[in-house]
Design a protein around this ligand. Structure first.
Ligand code: GRF
Length: 226
């Protein structure tokens, strides 16, 4: 796979649910250097499939429940992805854990967005857990995918203040809003050839970025601050 700087970067998005991040990526496409060439869902009823169809993007379903073994599911998923010949593959609410063997095929061309300030709160129920731990700040991370669940080098994070009377649902909505800014931004960096993974180090414009990833602070009133 190449992330050529002249032709638009061909992107496949893997989803499993609402697809609001997919929608943000679709909406940002006209002002970006990528083209979403396919959307694949492991869930046949994912609302994200409707969003893709409305945007005239080809869709495919690889229903994980139809496979007795994960390895068979992953073979079918790999085939479905390869049909689109992408330069970059994005996980956006794709709720299946991928094996080491699968992920290795996509090293440095597979990104994920996760609703926490990684390495904190890997896995599910991140907003509730952040509240329970009394976190003052919370957010989202985009990272290159490694075989470890929600692992792999972080590229960038959005950070918000939790606030005193936050509920998990309200927090989720506020974080999601920042995700919708973050993911298209990063995909565009990749598409323009600015973002690379080299020997497990994230490079932006050929410079290594801090291990925490680049951090963007959001405030309620001003939006993005830095
Ligand atoms: C987002 O919170 C994303 O960070 C996580 O799953 C959720 C997907 O939401 N990986 P949506 O389907 O994009 O609305």
């Amino acid at each position: 796979m190449n992330n050529a700087t002249s032709a638009a970067c061909k992107v496949v998005v893997l989803i499993g649910g609402s697809g609001s991040n997919l929608q943000a990526l679709i909406d940002a496409m006209p002002n970006s250097h990528y083209e979403i060439v396919g959307v694949i869902s492991h869930n046949p009823t994912a609302f994200g499939l409707e969003r893709a169809k409305k945007a005239h993007i080809q869709t495919a379903i690889v229903d994980h429940t139809a496979f007795a073994e994960r390895s068979h599911f992953e073979v079918a998923l790999h085939e479905a992805i390869q049909n689109f010949k992408p330069d970059l593959v994005l996980l956006a609410g794709f709720m299946r854990i991928l094996s080491d063997a699968f992920v290795t095929q996509y090293t440095s061309h597979l990104l994920n967005i996760h609703p926490s300030l990684l390495p904190k709160f890997k896995g599910l129920h991140t907003h509730q857990r952040a509240l329970e731990q009394g976190e003052t700040h919370h957010g989202a991370s985009v990272h290159f995918v490694s075989a470890e669940l929600d692992g792999g080098p972080v590229i960038a994070q959005t950070i918000i203040e939790v606030g005193e009377d936050a509920s998990a649902e309200a927090l989720q909505q506020r974080v999601l809003k920042t995700e919708h800014w973050l993911y298209p931004e990063i995909v565009n960096w990749f598409s323009n050839g600015r973002l690379k993974l080299s020997q497990n180090v994230v490079l932006l414009d050929n410079q290594p970025i801090p291990e925490t990833g680049l951090q963007f602070i959001f405030t309620e009133t001003e939006g993005i601050k830095q």
